[in-house]
Design a binder for this molecule. Structure first.
Ligand code: NAD
Ligand code: IPM
Ligand code: MN
Length: 358
């Protein structure tokens, strides 16, 4: 079959550790399903600042553009935290999303039955939770003008938040499409009682909803949504929201699943091209110790197979292997109840590989 090109950007902290496990899974799916992949590694984030003087080298962007999909670990760390904006790993992350036109970030939060004990919430509250956050990824306050100025009370910082109709419409449409294929429920999350961008957001979402009569739409204010996610998580199906609200709510949703180390994501534009990365960051507190949970990254690879390549068999096999390994009681320390029995990053990767091979 045809060879698919994957750009691999491991990044910083636990990024290289979790990406290495996803690459093992990539290899075994070639063996088992006969697919052919060609990977090309590229520097990105803090390590790219150190080696190339910029978080997103032109060469890295070119490698991503010439690939069929991108697999990304995580970027950032204390070493670069006081750098000016252009020399921050996170600026590279925003830059790559923008440059590749990836306006839609899908973050599914599914509670594996056997992991109900790993969450800080009560099992009966989590029962049946299966939601997806559709986060707008290339607009809003992340990309608005930012500056400092002198005010009468001393130095002042400004971040501007802007959304135009086109930006809201395309993410709303994606969310309705996704909801129509799921349980037909869409919660649009905003702060329309205060923010002008949210009032426009709500108007546009209502307009788009006319094309999706079978999707039940509710509007939820973001503060209430943060609360309802913990009170009645299983009642959510699809949540669509702006960039910053989606960032915050998806980390909250991660705890429904037991750990941020479980949450995968897909970042898409208009076509099938996509960038796939775990929702979590570079976790400097546990980096280099083999403690990171690689499942979020491995499940991100499964999303790549499904959404960019249409390799549903391989995607489903990866997801089934993860479920099987968890069902057998294997846990990295973030999801272990008995931490003394926790396994390492690479042991978890190896078990998932073995389960796919069987
Ligand atoms: P983080 O997600 O890196 O870590 C938060 C907590 O979760 C930490 O205690 C960490 O140990 C734990 N954790 C995260 N991933 C884990 C995994 N796979 N297995 C087990 N435990 C895991 O968030 P943070 O600490 O706020 O940020 C650290 C750095 O990462 C910052 O520089 C931040 O900017 C960056 N960051 C990058 C991305 C990205 O690359 N997409 C996302 C979020 C944060
Ligand atoms: C994420 C991260 C990034 C974001 C940061 C590191 C810029 O938190 O991918 O969720 O806020 O988008
Ligand atoms: Mn985040």
């Amino acid at each position: 079959s045809e060879v698919k090109k994957i750009a691999v950007i491991a990044g910083d902290g636990i990024g290289p550790e979790v990406v290495a496990e996803a690459e093992k899974v990539l290899k075994v799916t070639e063996e088992v399903f006969g697919y052919k992949f060609e990977t090309e590694h590229a520097l990105f984030g803090g390590i790219a600042i150190d080696e190339k003087g910029t978080p997103l080298p032109t060469e890295t962007l070119d490698i991503c553009k010439s690939a069929d999909a991108v697999l990304l670990g995580a970027v950032g760390g204390p070493k670069w935290d006081t750098n000016p904006k252009e020399l921050r790993p996170e600026t590279g992350l925003l830059g790559i999303r923008k440059a590749l036109g990836l306006f839609s970030n899908l973050r599914p939060a599914v509670v594996f039955d056997c992991l109900k004990d790993a969450s800080t919430l009560k099992p009966e509250v989590l029962e049946g939770t299966d939601l997806i956050v559709v986060r707008e990824l290339t607009g809003g306050i992340y990309f608005g003008e930012k500056f400092r100025r002198q005010s009468e009370q001393g130095e002042e910082a400004v971040d501007t938040c802007a959304y135009n109709v086109t930006e809201v419409e395309r993410i709303a449409r994606q969310a309705f499409e996704i909801a129509a294929k799921r349980r037909g429920k869409l919660a649009s999350v905003d702060k329309a009682n205060v923010l002008e961008t949210s009032r426009l957001w709500r108007e546009v979402v209502i307009r788009v909803s006319a094309d999706y009569p079978n999707v039940e739409l509710e509007h939820v204010l973001v503060d209430n949504c943060a609360m309802q996610l913990l009170r009645r998580p299983s009642s959510f199906d699809v949540i669509v929201t702006e960039n910053m609200f989606g960032d915050i709510l998806s980390d909250e949703a991660a705890m429904l699943t037991g750990s941020i180390g479980m949450l995968a994501s897909a970042s898409l534009g208009e076509g099938s091209y996509g960038l796939y990365e775990p929702v979590h960051g570079s976790a400097p507190d546990i980096a280099g110790q083999g403690l990171a949970n690689p499942i979020a990254t491995i499940l991100s690879l499964a999303l790549m197979f499904r959404m960019t390549f249409g390799y549903e068999d391989a995607a489903a096999a990866i997801e089934a292997a993860v479920a099987q390994v968890l069902d057998a009681g294997h846990r990295t320390s973030d999801i272990a109840v008995d931490k003394s029995k926790a396994i390492s990053t690479s042991e978890m990767g190896d078990l998932i590989v073995a389960a796919i091979r069987k």
